[in-house]
Design a protein around this ligand. Sequence first.
Ligand SMILES: C[S@@+](CC[C@H](N)C(=O)[O-])C[C@H]1O[C@@H](n2cnc3c(N)ncnc32)[C@H](O)[C@@H]1O
Length: 309
Amino acid sequence: MDAHKPVLLDEVLDGLAVKSDGHYCDATFGRGGHSAAILERLGPSGRLCAIDRDPEAIAAGRGRFAAEGRLTLVRGSFGRLEERVRAAGLEGGLQGVLLDLGVSSPQLDEARRGFSFMQDGPLDMRMDNESGISAAQWLARAGEREIADVLFKLGEEKFSRRIARAIVAARGVAPLTTTRQLAELVASAVPTREPGKHPATRSFQAIRIHVNRELEEVEAALPQAVSLLAPGGRLCVISFHSLEDRLVKRFMRREAQGDPLYAELPNVPPHARPRLRLVGGAVMAGDAEVAANPRSRSAVLRVAEKVAA
Ligand SMILES: C[S@@+](CC[C@H](N)C(=O)[O-])C[C@H]1O[C@@H](n2cnc3c(N)ncnc32)[C@H](O)[C@@H]1O
């Protein structure tokens, strides 16, 4: 139940180009698949700070890595990356930062976490299930228009308005408290089916991204990650859907170009110079990995290197 296969593991290790005495941050610890591989490549003076907002991920990590003195686990969101890294006793000058976005297999597989439309559980969907508001609480309060907008923007759900209307009508009769209730309600509200896809896939994705403020978190973390890197340090980001990947791609491109206002000028002030150099293009899982781990099907890795100011 606790298994999470790290995706694009070799590609991440190549991207990070781990130096044995380097300081690294794995901002999405999960079950520590990537962290374990980074630790294997670190020597005695190397350090790893690993962050997760999910208390269960941190508890599992404390058990698995109890004897590992080079690792510091920090519970919290990576939206405040610099603060979390400092809390781990590391300052800037990192050789690498990894963000493996989205949810972990244990989060999806445990019905009680409420992420899955395949199993019945409480309608929760919070990665940090000890704070914030659950999907059920949000759906109980949000206006019909707000729900439709979230489903449309974050799930690219073309029947967003119908689904929002159905949710508001249903909650007027009885509160929506379980994943099965929501999955069935969405299925009954959409008039057509996408082949091979459960009709609630897009709605569950959208509500999860909204409840966890996933895009805002990534937007906040990326510039902090660059600030934390030493020149030559690597930023590796794995996205699982196009909204996330677009954000990462645009950020990296922008940082690799520098401020276009100064593009033609002879003296570019430090704040307007490129901070990153792109390392290769988008990396996707090969057939063998997709066959062994279907989660890797939609993974896209992007790598960039911090350049000297
Ligand atoms: C795809 S999993 C990472 C799996 C990990 N690389 C491994 O090999 O086990 C993503 C993890 O990031 C965490 N996470 C997602 N968004 C976060 C955020 N904003 N702050 C901190 N952790 C976050 C989730 O709780 C989840 O455990």
